[in-house]
Design a protein around this ligand. Sequence first.
Ligand SMILES: C=C(CC[C@@H](C)[C@H]1CC[C@H]2C3=CC[C@H]4[C@H](C)[C@@H](O)CC[C@]4(C)[C@H]3CC[C@]12C)C(C)C
Ligand SMILES: C[S@@+](CC[C@H](N)C(=O)[O-])C[C@H]1O[C@@H](n2cnc3c(N)ncnc32)[C@H](O)[C@@H]1O
Length: 356
Amino acid sequence: MNSLFLVGSTALIGAALYWFVFILGSAERKGKSAIDLSGGSISHDKVEENYKQYWSFFKRPKEIESKESVPAFVDTFYNLVTDIYEWGWGQSFHFSPSIPGKSHKDATRLHEEMAVDLISVKPGDNILDVGCGVGGPMRAIAAHSKTNVTGITINEYQVNRAKLHNKKAGLDYLCNVVCGNFLEMPFADDSFDGAYSIEATCHAPNLEEVYAEIYRILKPGGLYVSYEWVTTEKYDGENAEHVEVIQGIERGDALPGLRHYDQIGEIARKVGFEIVKELDLAKPPSKPWWDRLKMGRIAYWRNHCLVTILQALGVAPKGTVEVHKMLFVTADFLTRGGDTGIFSPMHMILCRKPQS
Ligand SMILES: C=C(CC[C@@H](C)[C@H]1CC[C@H]2C3=CC[C@H]4[C@H](C)[C@@H](O)CC[C@]4(C)[C@H]3CC[C@]12C)C(C)C
Ligand SMILES: C[S@@+](CC[C@H](N)C(=O)[O-])C[C@H]1O[C@@H](n2cnc3c(N)ncnc32)[C@H](O)[C@@H]1O
């Protein structure tokens, strides 16, 4: 009787643990498990120190405004968050409008495919992914368009992750990744047929400099599309709640300062682009992009427990719990930005480099 009880309760605890770790929360394939969480290119014992260093940037706002220090600050951020993003969100580090009846994975892919459809490229063309992360969009875009995609990211750890995923997906013959700064790209003038950036150029202290670089590397007549993070027409700089939400988003997402939506077209024109189309993809009839963040709340709590246990066991580096907490708080600011309509992560701008 006693041994039957023991076997029964062990099986029950095992099943509960399995449910807690593997079933609870989003069911998407992430390709990264909690036991592999690292600090990117930062060594295990330096993660906590680097997290403190990340926060110290915000104590010296003048520094994150200077072009020279921003790439290092963004690089540190992505060393700290890349594994957590992949584990808890997937290989595409961006938002997309919810689509009734479709999974997050499908909605994400459709949002990515739309970018390459907009730049009207053909199979065999060479296109650039500006700020490519671990390459989720790049792989979807290469598979959909059969173009050769080169991705650039400032973070070396992401380069290695992206290359590994490209190989695993059998797409390394179309996808190439380089480590570099999008403010000074290692590419020749007029060398790409098209370019896109998905929620990446918001990290630039000066948008004009990235747009000028993209303009330089595009062939005349080439198209560039960007999904920009912006404050909308609803944002009021005198409203304390608005300011709190936007500052929260900037601090939790390594942003040197969010731009207002009406600055984007102006900057693109200034560097020489013709504006083909400009539209906030978050606006109705699109369904809320922030629904996914709201629905993930139970999973975040589960993740917090797991990260705490793994850090206590020495499996996850010291500092991981703090980084996870920061993201938890950021998710709330982003949701408030969406609910109030003062923020959009998908202000789309489609530009052409003139023929002459
Ligand atoms: C474009 C950028 C990144 C956008 C999003 C991909 C990420 C913004 C906030 C991130 C997350 C917040 C909460 C995390 C959660 C607490 C954790 O358990 C699992 C991962 C999160 C869901 C994480 C995932 C990625 C984000 C949604 C910026 C940086 C310009
Ligand atoms: C939020 S992620 C988006 C990644 C990818 N576009 C996606 O949607 O999955 C932002 C990306 O921009 C890159 N990035 C930010 N600043 C950069 C810079 N100065 N030079 C190159 N890449 C940069 C980051 O390294 C990261 O890969």
